[in-house]
Design a binder for this molecule. Structure first.
Ligand SMILES: NC(=O)c1ccc[n+]([C@@H]2O[C@H](COP(=O)([O-])OP(=O)(O)OC[C@H]3O[C@@H](n4cnc5c(N)ncnc54)[C@H](O)[C@@H]3O)[C@@H](O)[C@H]2O)c1
Length: 472
């Protein structure tokens, strides 16, 4: 690029805006502010309560290490605000991290991504922008969404240019801060014009403050968008694959932990994401796979759509199977029994309950007319919201203390793999339960033979139950 060409490139200020202060926007911007003290980072949201929480001592989400990063930078170069218009005016680098849930109405309902929050954001940017902007897709979006965004932004902009980049987020809840600080890779998708490459390089420079350059991958914008959906589909597929094997283990006497170990030692397969469980949850896997399935159907690729849809179906099947196993083990009736759920978050180290398998399991137990007691170190607020009516009617009880939760119950179901559940005194818990006392370990985290010795009837997942001796 010669000097004249460089001169004609738009100049951008060092103010970063992130629209959407959720599980992605909040932690990601806190880390960017931490690593780039010369940038001023503002996170905005339409949800006033959420912004107030980001500005308080009690952050709206739980993530290990998040408190420290936020408190270190807040008020210095990290700000949380509801002034979306003001943010758009003053910041030239805009991340969009709004939610993109599954559509619940009209064409593509139950499958396609609902892009109304996304489109609203694009229109807000257009309305308030007074200078050149780099707009960065952080949300997970169907492939070619950047094109729609470009169309909206270019529809009314006079004299202002918008460069759109795709920078999907790969953080996992529960390890968001370390995933952001030490990412396996950062993807930055862009167009190929001089201006697009210039915008891309600005974002590359931001990440290069702390991410080794070889881990910052620049690629085409459509590949970047699709890579995020494909990565989540592959991850979820591994969980459904091992869960499908767990069902066969239960029928044949094989042990899914042994099988997972045996296949995970194959370096082409590897050991990660091979823990059999009650199924995956979280806000992303199901919606992103369904989004992919919808794209396939849109392009008439029905065989491929069926293939990926099966990943979601196995996940639903696994939750139902767990429930049916409970029912069968407890003499085909749960009515009037008390079942204690150890864990409600969709996985350990998060307060997030979105799509948590615990919700499905709890609802299934309630349908069988049993009482449900829920305990979880971080997700009781979510459980309180999810089961407000049932709590009111006395069908669901919440207890912070697991000993109190299990008191007088007929069964415990381990639904979230919080390490604290390994450390409990199960002898004491057993003493205070109704007999026969059952444990259904939906995460295979407990010492099953020890529990059996104490007298529990133990039902691990994907391996033979331990119930045979005469003890009750
Ligand atoms: N949660 C994850 O682990 C994760 C990981 C990677 C990618 N993603 C993707 O990132 C995106 C955001 O996910 P999340 O979990 O942070 O969602 P979230 O629901 O926690 O947060 C989204 C926020 O956007 C706000 N919002 C919606 N419309 C707005 C508007 N017009 N203006 C301002 N704010 C608006 C909402 O109020 C909400 O607070 C999604 O596309 C998701 O698929 C999520």
């Amino acid at each position: 690029m010669n000097e004249d060409e460089k001169m004609s490139l738009p100049a951008y200020n060092k103010n970063i805006l992130c629209i959407g202060a959720g599980y992605v926007g909040g932690p990601t911007m806190a880390v960017i502010a931490d690593k780039c003290p010369d940038y001023r980072v503002t996170v905005v949201d339409i949800n006033e309560e959420r912004i107030a929480a980001w500005n308080s001592d009690e952050l709206p989400i739980y993530e290990p290490g998040l408190d420290e990063v936020v408190k270190r930078n807040r008020g210095r170069n990290l700000f949380f605000s509801t002034d979306i218009a003001g943010g758009i005016k003053s910041c030239d680098i805009i991340f969009v991290s709004v939610n993109t849930p599954t559509k619940t109405y009209g064409e593509g309902a139950g499958m396609a991504a609902d892009l109304r929050f996304w489109e609203k954001t694009a229109r807000q940017i257009l309305e308030h922008a007074k200078s050149h902007k780099i707009v960065i897709e952080k949300s997970t979006l169907p492939v070619r969404t950047a094109q729609a965004m470009a169309r909206i932004l270019q529809s009314g902009a006079d004299g202002i240019s918008f460069e759109i980049l795709s920078n999907p987020e790969f953080l996992a809840e529960g390890s968001a801060i370390s995933d952001l600080e030490y990412p396996d890779r950062v993807l930055i998708g862009s167009g190929s014009t001089e201006k697009a490459l210039h915008a891309r390089d600005i974002l590359v420079d931001i990440y290069a403050r702390w991410v080794p350059r070889e881990r910052i991958i620049t690629l085409g914008i459509w590949s970047s968008e699709l890579s995020k959906l494909a990565a989540n589909a592959f991850l979820a597929q591994r969980i459904s694959s091992i869960n499908a094997i767990s069902a066969l283990c239960e029928k044949t006497g094989a042990d899914v932990t042994e099988v997972a170990m045996a296949i995970g030692l194959d370096s082409r397969i590897g050991p990660k994401f091979l823990n059999a469980s009650i199924g995956f949850g979280g806000s992303c896997f199901k919606k992103d796979i369904l989004n992919l399935v919808y794209l396939y159907r849109f392009y008439g690729l029905h065989e491929c759509a069926d293939y990926w849809e099966a990943v979601v179906k196995i996940n639903e099947y696994q939750k139902r199977r767990f429930l049916l196993n409970m029912l069968k083990a407890m003499f085909n009736t749960l009515a009037e029994k008390r079942i204690c759920l150890f864990g409600f978050a969709f996985k350990a180290f998060t307060s997030d309950i979105r799509e948590s398998p615990a919700i499905t399991v709890a609802r299934g137990i309630l349908e069988e007319r049993a009482q449900v007691v829920i305990t979880d170190p971080k997700a009781l607020a979510g459980a309180r919201q999810e089961f407000a009516a049932e709590i009111e009617r006395g069908e669901v009880t919440l207890a912070k203390d697991p000993y109190e939760a299990a008191y007088g119950c007929d069964a415990i179901a381990i639904l979230t793999e919080w390490p604290l559940y390994r450390e409990l005194d199960y002898r004491e818990i057993y003493r205070n339960m109704r007999k026969p006392a059952f444990i259904f370990d939906g995460r295979n985290i407990l010492d099953h033979s020890k529990l059996r010795e104490m007298g529990f009837h133990v039902y691990p997942l994907g391996k033979p139950p331990l119930t045979d001796s005469g003890k009750d």
